[in-house]
Design a protein around this ligand. Structure first.
Ligand code: COA
Ligand code: AMP
Length: 675
């Protein structure tokens, strides 16, 4: 039995499930595997022959798309609604039954097969939140092709990096997406990405949207052919599901790493299908015919797992919403969707709730809708602050369940297992480890810390089914980045602590990843862009606290010594445009401050953590290895010049005294040259 569970004895049904998953993982996951259809049934669950790279169900075969669609149709549930598309931005709503979705997916698979796509080929999907995104993903899965969905808010350079790394044979895209403030044309981005990419993509398939200019016919290249989604699909014959090994890759999803280059998280077919079905029942309590709405984007892991795969593998109805929490048209949009489609389970990000709350603090718009269908609200993607949890709980009078996970894990590391037992929830905590995850907290030396002591959150290997198999073309990068720091454990990159009753509290990242509006971004990649400017000698990008987005990036740049007459406003505008142009609008990079120095260690390492603490008004310690202590004064003075808030002291040896409540937060610095 898990030591932590045994120690605290708070748990009944959950406790016994955890005990089984811990004592007999083989039996536990083979039992879970019975919930899906296999072409070749697994005789064993865990394959540790290549540890520390573990594989699940390695002697089995299946098809994920068959499990998500055909299986339900063959069971007589073809008329059940599989997908509801709701788009306030084009004022459209459309439902697809399982039979209708199967037909579209099978014909899309036929189209891809006619283009030469076979098992193992990579297909990049760069689509807005339209049904074609779901169809394309499942069509790839049907062929055993590996999809890699790229979020529409990323710019051409990021797309090109993914095309190159994945070696994409085909891109599936649309003429564009619709943001409340503007139409986003995708095809210029595709053209630019193809030009930037060293790899040659054979075919670009374009879904022509009447609302956005651009069509395949306007873009014929010599190396790459462009074809139209609709006219090609019409002539395509449905394709049967292709049997793949459980360990074959289903998808690659790129996510921010600690270096500039994104890393491709590889998800397998078998472990993923088992984990999705298990989590739908046991974590979300969603069953065939129930309606689940995950208000995220298919470009993120949350969208992969709980807009597309989880609900469809479970035979539930999923909602695909092409809109925002506010502004499409108002802060009542979420409540409208819940009541229109009788949503049982809503899953979204804390940022989305905070933006609704800001626009409609008393949730008066919610009173216009019947929300009695709602069973629970799940939140993830970033820390759920207690204030937002309390607000949502009072509003809905339903469980508001924070759960913690990562692109790498694909499903919740910690959650309150709503389908197993309704455990008491605590503000600020995503509750307990999910069965299969052995979560521990260690200090810098890898030693277990005491209860309430904060440290690195690590997971004892093996990770359960459905978690990352490896990184694309990057076994060693996976081992070096996640598994080497503490042999036998997976390093999550998050810090946190357990309380006395075994609730986990996740406090933030220990690396240079920041979480902006639920979007995971690398400050390192933003620094790479800033340092390309001819005036910039060195720079640091720091995550500032933001009341709505959680964090927002702010750049601090030191100019080259021969740059004497730079206009700070002009420079800031240029740097902001560079980050938007190279990474994308999603980076939300809008603050730049020119400073005369950045604090560094004697070995030349910029003291980003110390800067972050000073800028966010937190307690900080200046490391004794600092080389240029005067640079600390520069940062402090920069903060002072931008806010009248209380003084910030520093001391090379000791932690400064804790500051009184209310004096800890400084507003973000204004653009300008520091004194
Ligand atoms: N295509 C193009 N641009 C996009 C985009 C897309 N798909 N999504 C966002 N952008 C743009 C926005 O228009 C905005 O541009 P602007 O600077 O010109 O205003 C910029 O990227 C920043 O967007 P964002 O910070 O996301 O704000 P938003 O108002 O567009 O959306 C939320 C707010 C809450 C809806 C959104 O941030 C969100 O859904 N966050 C949760 C993400 C998530 O689901 N994470 C996974 C865990 S649940
Ligand atoms: P992503 O890979 O984009 O899903 O981002 C994963 C990171 O988001 C985690 O490593 C955490 O830092 C953060 N995160 C996600 N969910 C939570 C949560 N419920 N509580 C705290 N942090 C979270």
């Amino acid at each position: 039995m898990s030591q932590r569970v045994a120690e605290h004895k708070v748990l009944g049904a959950y406790e016994s499930v955890v005990a089984r998953a811990t004592d007999d993982p083989e039996g536990f996951w083979l039992d879970a595997a019975q919930a899906i259809d296999w072409d070749v049934y697994p005789t064993s669950a865990l394959d540790d022959s290549e540890a520390p790279l573990y594989r699940w169900f390695s002697d089995a075969r299946l098809n994920t798309s068959y499990n998500a669609l055909d299986r339900h149709v063959l069971a007589g549930r073809g008329d059940t609604t599989a997908l509801i598309y709701d788009s306030p931005v084009v004022n459209k709503s459309k439902s697809y039954s399982y039979s209708q979705l199967l037909d579209k997916v099978a014909r899309c698979a036929g189209m891809l097969a006619d283009l030469g796509v076979v098992k193992g080929d990579r297909v990049v999907i760069y689509l807005p939140m339209i049904p074609q995104a779901v169809v394309a993903m499942l069509a790839c899965a049907r062929l055993g092709a590996v999809h890699s969905v790229v979020f529409g808010g990323f710019a051409a350079k990021e797309l090109a990096a993914r095309l190159d790394d994945a070696g994409a044979k085909v891109i599936i895209t649309a003429s564009g997406g619709i943001e409340p403030s503007r139409v986003v044309e995708y095809l210029p981005t595709i053209v630019e990405a193809l030009a930037l990419s060293a790899h040659t993509v054979e075919t670009v398939i374009v879904k022509d949207r009447p609302e956005v200019p651009g069509a395949a016919a306007e873009h014929q290249g010599t190396d790459t052919r462009w074809i139209d989604w609709h006219s090609t699909m019409v002539d395509s014959a449905p394709h049967a599901p292709v049997s793949v090994a459980a360990t074959d890759p289903l998808y690659i999803l790129y996510t921010s790493g600690t270096t500039g280059s994104p890393k491709g998280v590889v998800r397998d077919n078998g472990g993923h299908t088992v984990a999705m079905v298990w989590s739908m029942t046991n974590i979300y309590d969603v069953h065939p015919g129930d309606v689940m709405w995950t208000a995220s984007d298919v470009g993120w892991v949350v969208g992969h797992s709980y807009i597309v795969y989880g609900p469809l593998l479970a035979g539930a109805t999923t909602v695909l919403y092409e809109g925002k929490p506010v502004g499409t048209p108002d802060a009542g949009a979420f409540w409208r969707v819940v009541s229109d489609y009788k949503v049982k389970t809503l899953f979204t990000s804390p940022t989305a709730l905070r933006s609704i709350r800001k626009a409609d603090p008393h949730a008066s718009l919610a009173k216009n809708y019947d929300l009695s269908c709602l069973d629970a609200l799940f939140l993830a993607g970033e820390r759920l602050d207690p204030d937002t949890w309390t607000w949502a709980t009072a509003l809905l009078e339903k469980p508001v369940i924070d759960h913690w996970w990562q692109t790498e894990t694909g499903w919740a590391i910690c959650a309150s297992p709503h389908g197993i037992e309704h455990l008491p929830l605590r503000a600020g905590s995503p509750s307990f480890p999910s069965p299969g995850y052995n979560v521990e907290i260690v200090d810098d030396a890898g030693l277990t810390v005491g209860v309430l002591d904060e440290g690195h959150i690590v997971i004892r290997l093996p990770l359960p089914p459905g978690t990352l198999a490896t990184l694309w073309k990057g076994d060693q990068r996976y081992i070096d980045g996640y598994l080497s720091a503490l042999p036998g454990y997976y390093l999550t990159g998050d810090s946190g602590y357990f309380d006395r009753e075994g609730y986990l509290y996740v406090m933030g990242r220990t690396d240079d990843i920041i979480n902006v509006a639920g979007h995971r971004l690398s400050t390192g990649s933003m620094e790479q862009v800033l340092s390309q400017h001819p005036f910039v000698a060195e720079c640091a990008v720091i995550g500032l606290h933001d009341p709505i987005k959680g964090q927002k990036p702010a750049g601090y740049v030191v100019l080259k010594s021969d740059v004497v007459d730079a206009d700070a406003e002009v420079l800031a505008t240029e740097l902001i445009a560079m980050v938007r142009g190279q990474i994308g609008a999603v980076a939300a990079f809008k603050d730049v401050t020119v400073v005369s120095a950045l604090p560094k260690t004697r070995s030349g390492k910029i003291l980003r953590k110390t800067m972050r603490q000073i800028i966010n008004g937190e307690d900080y310690v200046v490391p004794p290895t600092i080389d240029n202590i005067e640079a600390i004064s520069v940062i402090v003075a920069t903060i002072r010049s931008s806010t009248p808030a209380g003084s910030v002291g520093f001391d090379t040896a000791a932690r400064p005294p804790a500051q009184p409540a209310g004096k800890h937060h400084h507003s973000s610095p204004h653009k300008g040259v520091s004194p």
